[in-house]
Ligand binder design. Structure first.
Ligand SMILES: O=P(O)(O)OC[C@H]1O[C@H](O)[C@H](O)[C@@H](O)[C@@H]1O
Length: 220
C-alpha cells in the first residue's frame, strides 16, 4: 500500500485509516501511533480510532475524515463478535453508502480465523483479512497484526519492533535477577506495596510525546 501497488478504487493511494475496535484491539495501535509518530513530520498517513459508540464522537470522526474514498477501514476484534465494534463498523458502512463508496473494497479484518467477523469479511470479499491467535491475549496483542499492520501503514519499522520484542523476551529471562529489568520492576512494585502506590515513583523510557503514558501518569 505504501509502495502504491494497492490503490483505492478511484486509482489514488490510500492516505489514512480508521481503526474500529475497543480495549486491547484499539489501545496497542493508539500507543504505537502516539509513541512513534513524530508530531512534526507533516502530512503523512493518518490513523484515527473509533473505540466507542458515542454518536457525537462518531459524527466528529466522520466530519474530520471527510471523504472516505482514500481511507482504509480496519475492523479489529479478537473474538469477532464485540457489539461495540460491530456497531462502529455498521456506522462506517453506512457512511460509505452515503458517499456511494464500496465498503468491502477498503475494509480489512483483523480477527480470529473463523470468527463471525472473519466469516463476514470472507463472504463479502473484503480487501484483506489478517489473523489473531487464540493464545495471544487481546490486551497484549500489540505485537500481532493488531499493532503491526497500523505500524506498517504509518511507515514504522515493524520488523524492528518484533526484533526489539524478541530481545526483551531474552532479557526478561536473564539471571541473576538484579540484571533482569522485568524482575527489577516487579521488585520495585513490591517495595512500593501492592496497593497501586505509584505516587512516589515514575518512569518514562520512551518519548515524552507518548500521550497514553502521559494520560496514565497524570492519573497517578
Ligand atoms: O478484541 P475483542 O474480542 O473485540 O475484545 C475487545 C475487548 O473487549 C473487552 O473490553 C475486554 O475486556 C478486552 O480485554 C478486549 O480487548
Amino acid at each position: 500500500m505504501r509502495g502504491g501497488q494497492i490503490l483505492a478504487d478511484d486509482g489514488r493511494p490510500f492516505t489514512g485509516a480508521i481503526l474500529v475496535g475497543i480495549g486491547g484491539s484499539a489501545l496497542g495501535p493508539q500507543l504505537l501511533e502516539a509513541a512513534l509518530t513524530a508530531r512534526d513530520s507533516g502530512p503523512g498517513f493518518s490513523l484515527r480510532v473509533l473505540d466507542n459508540t458515542d454518536p457525537a464522537g462518531i459524527a466528529d470522526l466522520l466530519a474530520e475524515t471527510g471523504t472516505l474514498a482514500q481511507t482504509l477501514i480496519l475492523v479489529v476484534s479478537k473474538s469477532g463478535s464485540t457489539v461495540e465494534t460491530r456497531n462502529g463498523m455498521l456506522e462506517l458502512r453506512a457512511a460509505c453508502a452515503r458517499q456511494a463508496i464500496e465498503f468491502p473494497r477498503r475494509a480489512i479484518a483483523i480477527t480470529l480465523a473463523g470468527s463471525a467477523l472473519d466469516e463476514l469479511a470472507q463472504r463479502e470479499g473484503w480487501l484483506a483479512r489478517f489473523p489473531m491467535w487464540d493464545w495471544v491475549g487481546g490486551r497484549t496483542s500489540v505485537l500481532s497484526p493488531v499493532g503491526l499492520l497500523p505500524a506498517a501503514l504509518l511507515g514504522h519499522d515493524w520488523r524492528g519492533l518484533l526484533r526489539g520484542a524478541a530481545a526483551m523476551d531474552q532479557w526478561g529471562r536473564v539471571r541473576p535477577a538484579r540484571r533482569n529489568p522485568a524482575a527489577l520492576l516487579a521488585w520495585l512494585w513490591h517495595q512500593q506495596g501492592s496497593d497501586m502506590a505509584f505516587g512516589t515513583w515514575s518512569f518514562c523510557h520512551t518519548k515524552i510525546a507518548c500521550r497514553c503514558c502521559r494520560a496514565t501518569c497524570s492519573s497517578w
